[in-house]
Design a protein around this ligand. Structure first.
Ligand code: CP
Ligand code: NVA
Length: 301
């Protein structure tokens, strides 16, 4: 059966643990499972971390990455998503795409003869969550029983992070303004996933209280630029700064998927201070991508 990664929930908790183990496995041990194969990396939106980490991970696994802009293939404008996918699946061992509309990667997966990887959609960012949990494990050890706070917009990054953390047995505390949080239905589904729990608060201090890791992300995601001014007003009290970090556990770490906006969702002293793990987290994107790609083509720890 061809395995895809559109959402973290495409993996079982045990499989997520396997992906994390592979991500921590030395490159030499993984070998070259993509030898002689291409990997299509299609981007409808800009990227630094995802493009570079995926290109390098493919090379490390012996494959050949081909970067393509979304407007070059033209999903449903130049040709249908299904035609693009079926053709590319004949050239490549893996297809990966960063899209505005999650339904594009779902349609790709429905017809692809090779694994499809979601490199960020409006719904989720699973590769980021693998790197986030890998980074937290490096600092905190196993995440079971740990408290992970996410403060800000319940977006693609927050959703995948919450899924990954619950699957690994952590207690997730979301701090989101009204209208920008997880729905009750989604909170119920998250709590049903496995070992951990998810609670949502309006007050960011309630979310951060006692947390071992405090995450945030931009208040305005790619594609939401027209809402920027309104969002800055809504999220004004949700900045991660010294005051908020003081509510967390004494040795809490700060995390952000990047790109960051100093003075908005995070203060400079926190993101550039000793509690910050953002560069370790960004570098772990490459190790997480390598572990995930190896898993999808059949490597097991
Ligand atoms: N975190 C992340 O996905 O960064 P890029 O948008 O630079 O890929
Ligand atoms: N939530 C952000 C993440 C960027 C990596 C966005 O979608 O733009």
């Amino acid at each position: 059966m061809v395995r895809h990664l559109l959402d973290l929930t495409d993996l079982t908790p045990t499989e997520l643990a396997d992906v994390l183990a592979l991500s921590a496995t030395p490159i030499e041990t993984l070998g070259h499972p993509l030898r002689g194969q291409g990997t299509a990396l299609i981007f409808e939106k800009p990227s630094n971390r995802t493009r570079h980490s995926m290109e390098m991970a493919v090379v490390q696994l012996g494959g050949h990455p081909i970067y393509t802009r979304g407007d070059e293939v033209g999903f449903d404008t130049r040709e249908t998503v299904e035609d693009i996918t079926r053709i590319m699946a004949g050239y490549h061992g893996v297809l990966a795409a960063r899209v505005f509309d999650h339904s594009i990667v779902a349609r790709m997966a429905a017809v692809s003869a090779v694994p499809v990887v979601n490199m960020l959609s409006d719904r989720s960012h699973p590769l980021q969550a693998v790197a986030d949990t890998l980074t937290m494990q490096e600092d905190l050890g196993p995440l079971a029983g740990r408290i992970v706070a996410y403060v800000g917009d319940y977006n693609n990054v927050a959703r995948s992070l919450a899924q990954a953390c619950v699957m690994l047995g952590a207690h997730v505390r979301l701090g989101c303004p009204s209208g920008y949080g997880a729905s009750d239905e989604e909170l119920f589904a998250l709590n049903d996933l496995a070992g951990g729990t998810v609670e949502q608060f309006r007050d960011p201090f309630d979310a951060a209280a006692g947390a071992h890791a405090v995450h945030t992300d931009t208040w305005t995601s790619m594609g939401q630029e027209a809402e920027k001014a309104g969002r800055q007003e809504v999220f004004g009290h949700y900045q991660v700064n010294g005051g908020l970090m003081a509510a967390a556990a004494r040795d809490a770490i700060f995390m952000h998927c990047l790109p960051a906006h100093r003075g908005l969702e995070v203060s400079s002293d926190i993101i550039d201070g000793p509690q910050s793990r953002v560069f370790q987290q960004g570098h772990n994107r490459m190790h997480a991508a390598r572990g995930l790609l190896a898993f999808l083509v059949g490597v097991r720890p």
